[in-house]
Design a protein around this ligand. Sequence first.
Ligand code: BGC
Length: 730
Amino acid sequence: MMTLSTLAQNMPVYLDESKPVEQRIDDALSRMTLDEKIAVIHAQSKFSSPGVKRLGFPDLWTDDGPHGVRPDVLWDEWEQAGQTNDSCVAFPALTCLAATWNPQLARLYGENLAEEALYRNKHVMLGPGVNIYRTPLGGRNFEYMGEDPWLASRMVVPYIQGLQSKGVAACVKHYALNNDEEYRHQVNVKISDRALHEIYLPAFKAAVQEGGAWSIMGAYNLYQGVHNCHNATMLNKILKKDWGFDGVVISDWGGCHNTDEAIKNGLDLEFGSWTNGLTAGASNAYDNYYLALPYKKLIQEGKYSTKELDEKVRRVLRLFYRTTMNRQKPHGFLCSESHYATALKIAQEGIVLLKNDRNLLPINLQTTKKILVVGENAIKMMTVGGGSSSLKVQKEILPLDGIKARFTDAQIDYVRGYVGDTVQSYNGVTVGRSLYETRSQAELTAEAVAKAKEADVVIFVGGLNKSDYQDCEGHDRKSYDLPYAQNEVIEAILKVNPRLVYVNISGNGAALPWIKKVPAVVQAWFIGSEAGEAIASVLAGDVNPSGKLPFTWYASLNQCGAHATGSYPGTWREDYKIIDEEYKEGIYVGYRYTDSKKLKPLFAFGHGLSYTTFKVGKATANKQVMTTDGQISFTVPVTNTGNRAGSETIQLYIAAKQSKVDRPVKELKAFQKVYLQPGETRNVTITIGSEALSYYDETRHDWCAEPGKYEALIGTASDLLPTKHTFQLK
Ligand code: BGC
């Protein structure tokens, strides 16, 4: 009989959990055949790649990401599989998470999402996304964390740590410079090293070095003329060599185009290629992937040794040990009360009160008897659509339902106001009550106006939706304006009832031509399963809003550097195969651009009001002179001067007062959210190191903190920084 100890003696190293992982990887690698190695570096279905059955490595299952766990699709097709166990909780979109400015919530988000993924047996979540909000026309901005590299970095790290603490890999996307959706496979980005390193890479770098991301997704677009899924500079040099990434580079679905480049330039795992085989579908299409039989053939012919292959397999095995082979990971659960509670909390903290003249909000529960809700977004499911982040939810509380449930003492009336999106289903999920409308726009407007006359307050729930050319993958918006007849209806309502609350649902800013006339504006994002409840709780004042904009809300597109410099969307080459897009605005993205041109946006980066008021006192510092290897701390008293408890986010921006190079007027380098009771004062202390003073030196190819004079500007929004402190770097 085999005793336990002989079992242990016979246990191969790769299965022996007492052995270091790297040793187990070496052992597994030494046992794998060429076919097995080739098999683990490319997909076997839309979302899975094989393990090594002979050795007991399970298949690896990926899934979108990033706001919930996407419903299963068929093995070879995008069509939904129609499972009964894949209705999930939709968490708020990442713009909303970023708007909380609360890294603890990002951690909770990651943990909760991992639990849903574990239940669904998914090992890699395709997210989070940290591409920078370069233009408000960007179709996928709603999936990302805004315009600022520091904010995105602080929010992405805990998200990844939360997810991976449960044994589910993050796949940070889309690395890098995927800032156009339109022609995303053809755009070739030309950018200065400085803008690359200061604006577009920091969140990825933080994800890798601080978050410890186990995988990263190569982007569709090109950089320096080479596709990012097999771009030696991006992958071999920056990601793997400079940042020390030890995880797996996964191609975006269909982002791989060339076997030689894929072999040499740092891609590890190929997914979603639309090869001829897949189109014909006659044999196993996946065999025709760039890293499948074509690669094997090149090895057999002697063009390549197994050096590159072994390196890729090593990384994939490392991912196996972190996920599929991790026997300590929990089982997970779906649609739990705790997940809904998290979704609600993030939604409530992320909603931004942009404007609130005459304290129209919160809506007075005693005096408000008649509420008119207008707008398609009040009745439209937003957890579906938008591309790969589309979900199949167990529940989604629509804004109108949330308002009805909260304002039970008032009479709630609803009119659609305009014909919006007539698409009835996305990715096989029906959109809900987005009904077809036969009346003319004039009739719809007249109806809204007639009812608005009678209402104590009108809540217009508008904005964008998840259909093509709006907040959606694959295309960018064609204009900065609100779609459909929204502006017309709002203007008409304003003529009869100025008590209008505009609730904007979107992941992007938009032109709001009537802004001066509308007293209250709430930015409510795409906030998932608990949307209606979260919105109603803010409108009613149960929740005191504390969200802050993670991007600059431009008054018009020419306030945005990418547009003002004529850089976006680039120019087709003569052969119409590639679009060259030079980022002429360089580092001047978002507030860095509006600051440099002294432009006043509609709402500044970091702006967000509260139902209470805060006073930020004078900042003091613990020293006047700091050294390159030292730190400096600033302390600022913050008082809640109103009569409601609430949270304020203290933001610290750095201004370099002299420099060899052009520096932005200021840059966000630290922030802290603080919760205060009425009348309470707290000292908020924020510490920075010299990296907060650095710029990327293109001649030395490294970060540089120049000795000299700096200012720390501290306040509650990028345009509201009442206290500053001058100090020196020695
Ligand atoms: C998207 C990715 C997504 C993948 C799988 C691609 O088209 O760009 O973000 O993860 O599809 O659905």
